[in-house]
Design a protein around this ligand. Structure first.
Ligand SMILES: [Zn+2]
Length: 373
């Protein structure tokens, strides 16, 4: 049975090859369960997330080869003096320098496989850069809507890939609305890293790689940035698939990091709420962590449930903490973007509140060279 899209609200099932991104009832879509993970079926073709494609089951065997740019297979390195069991997963070592390449490669492959002739996306920066790059690789025209505060270097990269960049006066949420309008007007494929569940098929490979790199074990905790949930929900799905295949026992605790300046999820988690109440959209200068400055995360219910299901937690970090973390990492040789620094600041705050030696993996989600100095 080919995988289908399943509505979270009314359970309606929709065909994947329709390219639909939202249920007619307005509900968010997930994918029907993935084929069973079998490590013996992971192919050996080098460090590539496509080694795990038997767990995607979205496209045929041919299309991905003309879309891949060699994404996945990133190193896991101990960079903290005195903390050998805290490992950084260097997910900025990707074709467009952020973890978003995992999801973009799989989503654009799906779009190409079902015959999309035009892609529309919206992004604070990294996802747009990734979609633009993979669209170029697949030979598909692409239009990206960005808030006017997006980093100039990311916009330059999108344009270099041939994407049409539409700068939206307003917030990240306004950019999403403009993209949805353009999708519906132009009959395009909405290459959204928020709505399209195929994106999470790519990001789930983060979990498979960590498991393999640790000698087929799960860490105790995984620390991830939390904005729209692109990585958080992918990592959660990946570890659940590992558990479903009987390869691990308990899921690792998910520690999800937000900037204190834009923390709807952390607030909801503290309040015991099932859904996040939107906060005010960020204004320029509110937070350097643009990748997680999401005032109204569309998958908040899922994100909160995932973190709770692992016994995990949310952490909010200050702008001073983000800046200090960025300097500290740079002094150790890692020049990362503020959103990655925020993740590390969250890890340090978490360890201060819950000390003790244990296996922790944190996601270095984006490179510093893409961001303002
Ligand atoms: Zn529905």
């Amino acid at each position: 049975v080919p995988r289908e899209l399943v509505c979270q609200q009314d359970g309606r099932r929709l065909r994947l090859d329709t390219g639909v991104w939202r249920c007619p009832c307005g509900g968010m879509l997930d994918l029907s369960p993935a084929p069973a993970l079998d490590p013996d079926r992971a192919t050996k073709e080098g460090p590539s997330l496509w080694r795990w494609r038997h767990t995607f089951d979205l496209t045929d065997e041919i299309v991905w080869r003309r879309v891949t740019l060699g994404e996945g297979g990133t190193p896991l390195v101990a960079v903290d003096p005195g903390r050998p069991r805290v490992l950084a997963k260097l997910d900025f070592l990707m074709p467009t320098l952020s973890f978003k390449d995992r999801g973009a490669a799989v989503l654009v492959t799906l779009a190409a496989a079902i015959g999309a002739d035009r892609l529309v996306a919206d992004s604070s920066g990294n996802a747009g850069t990734a979609i633009a790059a993979y669209a170029a690789r697949a030979g598909l025209p692409c239009e990206v809507f960005v808030p006017h505060t997006a980093s100039p270097r990311k916009l330059a990269a999108m344009r270099a890939h041939g994407a049409i960049v539409r700068t939206v006066a307003g917030s990240r949420e306004d950019a999403a609305e403009a993209a949805i309008d353009a999708t519906e007007r132009g009959n395009a494929f909405y290459a959204s890293h928020v709505y399209q569940p195929a994106f999470f098929e790519g990001t789930k490979t983060f979990a498979f790689e960590v498991w393999e790199q640790l000698g087929r074990r799960t860490p105790d905790e995984v620390v991830v940035p939390a904005g729209n949930g692109t990585l958080l929900l992918g990592v959660y799905a990946g570890f659940r698939e590992l558990r479903g295949a009987g390869l691990i026992g308990a899921l690792p605790r998910l520690v999800a990091v937000q900037a204190a300046a834009c923390n709807p999820l952390e607030r909801a988690w503290r309040a015991g709420a099932e859904v996040a109440t939107p906060v005010s959209p960020v204004a320029p200068g509110d937070t350097a962590a643009e990748g997680i400055a999401i005032a109204a995360p569309a998958r908040s219910r899922q994100m909160l449930a995932a973190v709770r299901a692992t016994g995990g937690r949310f952490v909010a970090v200050s702008e001073e903490g983000i800046a200090a973390a960025r300097r500290q990492l740079a002094h150790r040789g890692l020049y990362v973007e503020p959103t990655a620094a925020a993740t590390y600041a969250g890890l340090i705050a978490h360890l201060a509140e819950e000390p003790g030696d244990r296996d922790i993996v944190w996601a270095v989600c984006g490179a510093g060279l893409k961001s303002p100095a």
